[in-house]
Design a protein. Structure first.
Length: 637
């Protein structure tokens, strides 16, 4: 068997050591003339591989150590202790001893490079925050003079070593978060930023179940639907009586003022009884349930009269459930409350399956189909990296039902078989296309893309500088290296289950419903509830759980940590972790608690001083609040 291979033109690997972008290591043979290029290629190969592993298997951040603390003598100097970190290019940042860093000098260098102004005086700077960063550097060292060659004498000395080092810099603090989260990639593919993707999925989950009833209605030949094998089935009569008893019980238990839960229960019970009555209306033996159907019609009239005055917006949480609930009332009122009404067999066949189809709901179905098709085509045009290649033509050339006018007319009031057939086919095609696109997007999100390195500096701490003095150090915002690296650490716990689901979802076609007609017409269960979650829904939920917290800038993080610390010093009722939604309330509580503490201290101060003249102690404490030393004592505590 002949095997055909195609080489990767851009090479395989990470940081390039050759023009092709791949790795190339030197090989040697006896009698070979070695040059500096051969030896450089050897060291470059080893260095490049080490950086590739550091970058992709571990990711940037502090590995351990590198604590930033106050200098015992105070002032504008901080101490950075030994430690090890990695930058986003995979370079090793090693600090072997404690370094004293002159922060005001770094601030002056920052301004000099940014504005060209050399400002020696920093006494006017009040409460400024800067990020202290560690940067990888290479310093040529150990120069040696080259031996003269046949081309001529040596041109001087050249370095024989590259000393790997690191330097300190300061700049405006920016949070670096290199963690890959599949939820972010999935949201980008589905366009969830606008909310349209979630709305399209919700509408599809509710309305896609109409495909089966629509198809069965068209496939059922003749004006009536036969029972099973033409034999008597007493279970249908038993079911009719049971559903009537259930609806009567609900009517007895509920009053005129119906809470949302009772409205939903009454609507569902009405739908079930209406389906049983409609089943006998379209069957080939309607006379068997004539008396039972007459009693059921009276119960349905009472139920719809109770539901007519309810507020659909307040009782149903989304427009799709409201449309379905309104269709139940419309179809029961138009076709089943009074005997001898216009039979409208196609609508009765739909109602017999528990899927009422009013004119308003037909409009909703058409709008949903048009919107879903438009959304899919827009996603196909904008989403890169598609893996399902043949589905575009299916959606592009799809035939949609002829649009209905906003107000019903005589010839369009009732649906024709061609309309239902076209709607069923469009629902089936678009539902399958949506599920296929969701599966493709979910599985694509499980694969981290190539890393992008935009900032090679590693944040060590956020420093608060006040008049040339460092008054506060916060290391909570710096990035740490975690197991799994930047590609997998954020969502490593869900990875095994996600890959198991992806194996069943991503490479299998979306299963469709059988095309054989069902006899008798089946009842559609749980019309108002979402369908049970399958493997694809579980996979999407797992990916959504990897969204993680909202990124916060280090400056904002420092402020929040200080505020929470103040609250915890006053009361233990506040939890150590505060959600983003509660920050405004916490700030208000902090202000109230601060004012209360100040009042209590003023009330307690005279009690300790029996003598009336308490003014001198107050005057001594007042200047202490205006000067900076109060901030210096915070780190000591």
């Amino acid at each position: 068997m002949t095997t055909t291979t195609t080489p990767a033109r851009c090479g395989c690997g990470g940081a390039a050591t050759s023009a092709s972008g791949g790795f190339s290591r030197p090989t040697f043979f006896a009698g070979q003339l070695l040059t500096e290029d051969d030896l450089q290629a050897l060291t470059g190969y080893v260095t490049g591989k080490n950086r590739l592993r550091n970058r992709l298997l571990y990711g940037p951040g502090v590995v351990r150590g590198l604590e930033v603390t106050c200098e015992p003598c105070g002032g504008g100097t901080v101490a950075v202790h030994p430690g090890y970190a990695l930058d986003c290019q995979g370079n090793d940042l090693v600090l072997g001893c404690t370094e004293r860093v002159d922060v005001p000098a770094l601030v002056r260098d920052l301004r000099l490079h940014a504005t060209g102004a050399d400002c020696d005086d920093c006494d006017d700077d009040q409460d400024r925050r800067f990020g202290l960063y560690l940067r990888y550097t290479e310093v040529p060292s150990d120069p040696v003079a080259a031996y003269p060659t046949a081309e001529g004498p040596s041109g001087g000395s050249s370095p024989t070593r590259i000393r790997e080092s690191c330097t300190f810099t300061v700049r405006h603090p920016q949070r670096s978060d290199h963690a890959y989260r599949p939820a972010t990639a999935l949201d980008a593919r589905l366009g969830n930023g606008t909310g349209e993707g979630a709305e399209v999925r919700a509408g599809d989950a509710h309305l896609a179940r109409y495909h089966g009833p629509l198809r069965n209605t068209v496939l059922a030949a003749g004006d009536t639907v036969p029972f099973r094998a033409g034999e008597s089935d007493p279970a249908d009569l038993v079911l009719l009586r049971a559903r009537r008893s259930t609806l009567e019980a609900v009517l007895r238990e509920t009053g005129r003022e119906l809470p949302p839960g009772e409205v939903q229960r009454l609507t569902e019970s009405t739908r079930a009884l209406a389906a049983s009555v409609a089943h006998f209306e379209v069957s080939d033996r309607p006379g068997e349930a004539q008396e039972e159907a007459a009693v059921a019609r009276g119960v349905l009239a009472t139920a719809t009269g109770r539901l007519d005055g309810t507020d659909t917006v307040a009782n149903w949480d989304d427009e799709h459930r409201r449309s379905l609930a309104a269709a139940v009332l419309t179809e029961v009122r138009d076709h089943l409350r009074q005997e001898g009404a216009d039979p409208a067999p196609l609508e009765l066949r739909m109602l017999a399956q528990g899927a009422p189809l009013s004119y308003a709901l037909r409009l909703v179905l058409q709008r949903h189909l048009a919107r879903l098709r438009h959304w899919l085509l827009a996603r196909y045009d904008t989403v890169p990296g598609r893996t399902t290649c043949a589905i575009d033509d299916t959606v592009t050339g799809l035939a949609l039902p002829v649009p209905l006018p906003s107000e019903p007319t005589g010839d369009r009031l009732h649906p024709a078989a061609t309309e239902l057939e076209t709607t069923a086919a469009a629902l089936r095609t678009l539902h399958g296309a949506l599920r296929s696109f969701l599966a493709e997007s979910a599985c694509s999100a499980l694969h981290p893309p190539a890393d992008r390195c935009g900032d090679t500096e590693v944040l060590l701490a956020v420093l608060t500088v006040d008049r040339c003095e460092v008054t506060d150090i916060c290391t909570a915002g710096r990035e740490q290296v975690r197991p799994g690296g930047s590609a997998y650490a954020a969502w490593l716990p869900v990875l095994p289950r996600a890959t198991e689901l992806a194996a069943r979802v991503c490479c299998e076609p979306v299963a469709g419903e059988p095309l054989d007609p069902a006899t008798p017409l089946p009842y559609l269960q749980d019309l108002f509830d979402l369908p049970p979650a399958g493997d694809l829904d579980e996979l999407l939920a797992l990916i959504a759980s990897t969204a993680g917290p909202e990124p916060v800038s280090p400056v904002k993080e420092v402020k929040e940590i200080k505020e929470v610390t103040k609250v915890e010093e006053v009361t233990e009722a506040v939890e150590p972790e505060v959600s983003r939604a509660d920050l405004d309330e916490l700030r208000e509580q902090i202000g109230q608690l601060t004012a209360t503490i100040a009042t209590l201290r003023q009330e307690k101060a005279p009690a300790k001083e029996p003598d009336p003249p308490a003014a001198p102690p107050v005057k001594k404490t007042a200047p202490a609040k205006k000067t900076a030393p109060a901030k210096k004592t915070a780190p000591a505590k």
